[in-house]
Design a protein around this ligand. Structure first.
Ligand SMILES: [Fe+2]
Ligand SMILES: [Fe+2]
Length: 218
């Protein structure tokens, strides 16, 4: 149920973003004319405006989203080996293999979160992750083995997955904090930093390790 305190939240003047926000004040202040893209980064949701008297709804929201990412992580444990097999760059194969091992830990960490909630681990199908991994399979089908196009396509698909996970864990760790679930928030933040590292590693491989010769630029 929406409480009056929530209704007011939307009309409140914008609050200063916390220091940990991923969008710096400097970036947010870039005038549109100096920015080549019309895209303006959004700031993370201001959950400080949510009243604690909505705790029941928040707990359900939190639990539902833990079930969603639990399905997604389990699905990735099955999907990542296909990307490893299809990639040809040694550093890309290694990076995805390392992240596969981390992903298995992400599943275990979510099981710890279920334990904190006093619930049995339960997965709720994540349509977004199913779509993202299908897109990755499509890239493999549409490119030739051993080409930079295949490896760069895999990196793009894998980064889309990481960005979904980064958004999910950012929101979940904030919700856990809001609910006073400090241990759960710490567990989720640990996974969040591994997702961010994986994203940066993939970006670095695309920049530095995938060689494009002049006859493969077409
Ligand atoms: Fe993960
Ligand atoms: Fe990940």
């Amino acid at each position: 149920m929406i409480k009056p305190s929530q209704k007011k939240a939307g009309t409140k003047p914008a609050k200063k973003a916390p220091a940990s926000n991923s969008v710096s004040d400097a970036e947010a202040a870039i005038p549109a004319a100096d920015n080549h893209s019309k895209y303006q980064p959004t700031k993370d949701a201001d959950m400080s405006a949510v009243s604690l008297d909505t705790e029941d709804g928040l707990m359900k929201l939190f639990a539902d989203n833990v079930k969603d990412i639990y399905w997604a992580e389990n699905h990735l444990v099955k999907a990542l080996p296909k990307m490893i097999n299809a990639a040809s760059s040694k550093s890309l194969k290694e990076a995805i293999s390392n992240h596969l091992e981390e992903t298995k830990t992400h599943v275990e960490r979510l099981e710890q979160v279920f334990e904190i909630l006093g619930k049995k681990p339960q997965a709720k199908k994540c349509d977004a992750m199913e779509g993202l991994t299908k897109e990755g399979e499509g890239v493999i089908e549409d490119t030739d083995a051993g080409t930079p196009a295949r490896d760069l396509g895999i990196i793009m698909a894998a980064q889309k997955v990481e960005h979904y996970e980064i958004s999910a864990y950012t929101g979940l760790s904030k919700l856990a904090e809001k609910l006073g679930l400090t241990d759960a928030a710490n567990i989720l933040s640990e996974t969040l930093s591994e997702e961010q590292n994986a994203d940066e590693t993939l970006a670095g491989i695309a920049d530095n390790d995938i060689q494009i010769s002049s006859d493969t630029k077409e």
